[in-house]
Design a protein around this ligand. Structure first.
Ligand code: DGT
Ligand code: CA
Ligand code: CA
Ligand code: ZN
Length: 592
């Protein structure tokens, strides 16, 4: 069983215990689910190597859950899960993918109306039956209907955060198959798009049939649609399709170029090839031997010009090679022809993280655990930005709590400071907050306290339905506060779950420029907010941005990668992103 599947079961169990009204267990299972999802190594091999003790080292996994996992690996199923599933035969995964539907709601829906899946829910919401439940009013009913509609319109595309680790794990196992010389992930995943329609693997192998056989039998596969000697098409348990193509070594670069896409990019590149008298396809760039007698031209007379690497293909066409993230036919082809591609911010360029939540509010880990992990990742700084007062469900901090947290951070910084004799040099925890922007654009923490923080992010977490005018004015008012350094997740969307609120992003960008406010690129793969197009607008307006993770646990601190990918798709360069700067220079870019 893969980590993905185990993590899913643990997350379901959290909800099932909630339905059973068991205390503490729901949170414990959620943490274990997160811990498993974030693990590089397969849980099963951890167990095989180090037994129960090894399992208990996984973040969030205590003895009880470790015992359950042991049983899972020895008998192939979770007794407790089977018992709960029998008691509550509910499609938890799909119900909880609807905005506004969490564990407590699932419990109410089942107990009161026996709602088991999305179609039951849709019927109940459309007929007004939902309002029989005391906690559900019309507003909630509308929200649920909107959520269902939005989910349907998503067309089954899967968020990148669910796929990149999965695809990498598959890739590393495919690499080890006998005869394999190269494996690459192409398609939208190589371009690091926000959502993925299907996975495209390319391989070079001396033994194509063997890798095809291996691929079709991978544990991630739920169904094989087609299997030939050099091509396999499967459905994954994750709910999307994946295909593998095995190619001759000579044409690997051309194939990679072709299957990386995007389709729009390819169409334009092919036009350039034709203009130059070439033919371009997944096997290579060819020059026709006879350009006059078109009718008599045969493929035998074509000579291969370039195919081995992508760079060769682009070079023969007179172009630089655009990074995969840029290949969307949004001007990159022209720039590549003029040798004027921007030098994109790199995956190793960030010096720190600027949005993290801890167990002071709704995060899973302590400040110190988060800081240790940030150090391990090589960061120079990390801002702690817990939620504030008016986000009551997270236990948001008021002024007093923020002051207490600040002195805790002072203590920790002293501990991490080399002068105190510690080993960990040059790391600093910054005092921050994710301050809530109230309906009228004022903030829920007083200015005196905000002024004491190193870095203040402000964000909208309520009143998503204001008119465009009011929503925009509200955020711009917050930007006018001289303590507000950054606007976090500026459009509020959650991928596949919630549309952005209606806001005039051009006006926000203008106001950011005028007030010296920074805009966030929230790298959490559920958010990825700003979008790539907004990033490009901000860059062109000369507005500075930060890339951060919005991490709520230690393993989410690795989400910077998604934020960087997003920034690259938005053409951002190092100089556009201020947390590429060392701490001192970074702080100088803030308002104070
Ligand atoms: P997805 O899967 O919807 O997230 O997006 P892609 O870009 O991965 O699309 P997919 O899997 O249909 O095809 C992979 C690549 O193959 C695509 O990016 C470009 C190339 N490709 C597919 N169909 C065509 C086509 O009709 N013409 C050209 N020029 N390229 C194509
Ligand atoms: Ca694809
Ligand atoms: Ca495909
Ligand atoms: Zn939070």
């Amino acid at each position: 069983m893969t980590n993905e599947e185990i993590s899913k079961i643990l997350a379901e169990m959290a909800v099932l215990y909630e339905m059973e009204s068991v205390e503490f267990k729901p949170r414990a299972y959620e943490r274990a689910s997160d811990g498993v999802a974030g693990l590089q190594e397969e849980v099963e091999s951890v167990y095989k190597k180090d037994g129960i003790k090894g399992l208990m080292k996984i973040p969030g996994v205590g003895r009880g859950i470790a015992e359950h996992l042991k049983q899972l690996f020895s008998d192939g199923h979770f007794k407790e899960y089977d018992r709960l599933k029998k008691k509550f035969p509910v499609d938890i995964a799909s119900l909880s993918s609807i905005e506004g539907v969490g564990p407590k709601m699932i419990k109410l829906l089942y107990n009161q109306l026996k709602i088991k899946n999305i179609s039951d829910l849709e019927k109940a919401a459309a007929s007004g039956e939902l309002r029989a439940i005391p906690h559900i009013r019309e507003k909630m009913e509308q929200k649920i209907l909107k959520g269902i509609e939005y989910k349907k319109s998503g067309g089954g595309r899967v968020e990148i955060g669910k796929l990149l680790p999965l695809a990498r794990a598959m890739k590393s196992r495919l690499e080890k198959v006998k005869g394999v010389e190269a494996i690459e992930i192409a398609g939208s995943l190589r371009r690091r798009q926000e959502t993925i329609g299907d996975l495209d693997f390319l391989a070079v192998s001396e033994n194509p049939e063997m890798i095809c056989e291996f691929f079709s039998k991978m544990p991630e596969v739920s169904h094989v649609f087609a299997k030939g000697p050099t091509k396999v098409l499967v459905r994954l348990k994750q709910g999307l399709d994946a295909d593998l193509r095995v190619l001759p070594k000579v044409s690997f670069g051309a194939a990679l170029q072709y299957f990386t896409g995007s389709k729009d990019h390819n169409v334009e590149v092919r036009k350039i090839a034709i203009k130059k008298g070439y033919k371009l396809n997944e096997y290579g760039l060819f020059k026709s031997a006879d350009t006059r007698g078109k009718k008599r031209r045969t493929t035998q007379k074509e000579t291969l010009v370039a195919a081995h690497t992508e760079e060769e293909v682009y070079k023969k066409l007179g172009m630089d090679t655009p990074p995969p993230e840029m290949r969307l036919n949004r001007g990159e082809i022209e720039a590549a022809l003029k040798h004027r591609l921007p030098k994109l911010v790199g995956y190793g360029d960030l010096k720190g993280d600027l949005q993290t939540q801890t167990d002071w509010t709704d995060g899973a880990n302590s400040i110190s655990e988060m800081a240790e992990e940030a150090m391990r990742l090589g960061h120079e700084y990390m801002a702690v930005t817990d939620h504030t007062r008016s986000l009551a469900m997270t236990g948001g901090a008021d002024e007093k709590k923020l002051l207490r947290q600040m002195s805790e951070i002072d203590k920790l910084n002293l501990k991490f400071n080399p002068r105190s004799g510690g080993q960990k040099s040059k790391f600093k925890i910054l005092k921050g907050a994710e301050v809530n922007i109230l309906k009228d654009g004022s903030l829920d923490i007083d200015d005196k306290t905000l002024a004491k923080l190193d870095v203040v992010g402000a964000a909208v977490h309520s009143f998503f339905n204001l008119s465009r005018e009011d929503q925009t004015a509200r955020i711009i008012k917050a930007m006018g506060n001289r303590n507000v350094d950054i606007i976090f997740h500026p459009t509020g969307r959650i991928i596949n779950r919630r549309k952005p609120y209606d806001v005039d992003i051009e006006a926000i960008i203008k106001a950011a420029k005028r007030t010296g406010t920074i805009l966030e690129i929230d790298g959490h793969p559920w958010r990825l907010d700003l979008s790539d197009e907004h990033i490009r607008m901000a860059k062109e307006a000369g507005v500075k941005m930060v890339i951060d993770t919005d991490a709520h646990s230690v393993h989410e601190l690795s989400y910077l990668e998604y934020g960087i990918a997003q920034a690259r798709r938005g053409w951002a360069e190092k100089s556009d992103i201020i947390n590429t700067l060392p701490l001192g220079d970074f702080l100088k870019c803030l308002k104070k």
